[in-house]
Design a protein around this ligand. Structure first.
Ligand code: ATP
Length: 201
């Protein structure tokens, strides 16, 4: 199955773009949502988190103690790397399981991940799309969506690679600013992927 990785900075609109692909019948694996699910479902991961960050990483009812984990990883690159080293392979496993269940008449699949390039998961994809938007637009969108301050959005942005860095690694681009239509851009890429896949058969 041909796999397309899709990413973009916080507020770039990658989830919105993925919804358009879904309308065209393309299944999307949302890696960040899945990461949250497996934190409370994947027993291997749960055991790993408990041994790295303590038993109180989880409440007695099995829920994740977000505050405890955030307190450890938020200001420490080393601890964050430790968490990512546990979570990323578990997401890869979940993606493999998901991809195996996709019907064979689906032409290609999408994997949406905020850290597609940072986590190396683009290496498991055949090609990649970067969704971009001006920084101010991204900040305004996230402030409205999450009811947070510009400073809080910027702090989250600073933990990701810049668009310029990501652009060096991306194969395709979708500009999601006020002037460009994402629908036309998605349709054009969709046609391109269908053609690539048909020549591979
Ligand atoms: P995150 O990394 O934070 O999950 P994201 O890249 O997935 O963000 P979205 O959630 O798709 O971004 O979009 C952020 C917000 O901006 C959402 O509220 C969405 O509805 C809005 N948005 C996205 N694209 C557009 C657009 N072209 N016009 C207007 N609003 C948009």
């Amino acid at each position: 199955m041909y796999k397309v990785g899709i990413t973009g900075g916080i507020g770039s609109g990658k989830t919105t773009v993925c919804r358009v692909f879904e309308v065209l019948g393309i299944p999307v694996f949302y890696a960040d949502t899945e990461a949250k699910n497996i934190m409370i479902k994947d027993t291997e991961l749960i055991e790993g988190v408990k041994s790295a960050f303590g038993k109180n990483s989880y409440f007695d009812d099995g829920k994740l103690n977000n505050k405890h984990i955030a307190g450890i990883v938020f200001n420490s690159e080393t601890e964050l790397a430790k968490l990512n080293a546990l979570v990323h392979p578990a997401v890869f496993r979940a993606f493999d399981t998901w991809a195996k269940e996709i019907k064979t008449d689906v032409p290609y699949t999408l994997k949406e991940a905020a850290l597609l390039f940072e986590s190396d998961s683009y290496k498991m994809c055949d090609t990649s799309i970067l969704v971009t938007a001006p920084v101010e637009t991204k900040i305004n969108r996230v402030m409205q969506r999450d009811n947070v301050t510009a400073e809080q959005v910027k702090a989250r942005m600073n933990k990701q690679l810049s668009d310029e860095e990501k652009a060096k690694m991306a194969d395709h681009f979708i500009i999601n600013d006020e002037e460009h239509s994402i629908i036309e851009q998605v349709l054009s890429l969709h046609r391109h992927f269908l053609q690539v896949v048909s020549t591979q058969k």
